[in-house]
Design a protein around this ligand. Sequence first.
Ligand code: LRY
Length: 229
Amino acid sequence: MTVLDDIRGRLVVSCQADAGEPLDDPAHMVALARSACNGGAAAIRAQGLRDLRALRAALPDTPLIGLIKDGASGVYITPTLAHAEAVAATGADVVALDGTRRPRPDGRTLAETVAALRERHPGVLVMADVAAEADAYAAVAAGVDLVGTTLAGYTGGAVPHDPDLALVGALAAALPVPVVAEGRINTPEEAAEALRRGAHAVVVGTAITRPAVVTARFAAALVTRAEMS
Ligand SMILES: CC(=O)N[C@H](C=O)[C@@H](O)[C@H](O)[C@H](O)COP(=O)(O)O
């Protein structure tokens, strides 16, 4: 069984906390990840070397998708080969990296990044986080193992409210590699719809592991009600 077999048709839970948030502690991420696995998650996606090392040690048999966020705009998801190598060195099974066609900060192409990572870390899988169909075609040509819709809606303009399930469907129909639905999947129904549209797996983060954001949605709804009455 490969990691891709393990996650087929399943839920992957993203356990990430921004710096300074109350949950920004590897012990909290491990607790979130254990809870997610108890609830049926097949794999965990996580950010930052500290959290990745803690998760690998605590959950050695759970497939782990790792990344490093360097900044919050432009190419910030595992932006360079050095970041990708550092993620692979934590023991993550999959390295998720920016798979858009934007220039990378170290000047390497995505194809060069993938090739060098594979040479130094044989066996690691590479997931391209893309924003658009053309990104995905280029990423597949560059040799990635799977493609995620992670960055759809995050490369300019207002962030949409809904997940880009149309992109999931288009990529699943066209690509020769597994497509992971990721980004703003906020309900079980949306997760199921992503699978119906051909996703190999579904990543959910915020709706499960960011309680401040989820709480704010409830609180905002109550404020609106109070204003109307
Ligand atoms: C755009 C970006 O930086 N996405 C990040 C990628 O790892 C995370 O902040 C998201 O939480 C993750 O993709 C899961 O998505 P959602 O939290 O919407 O379920």
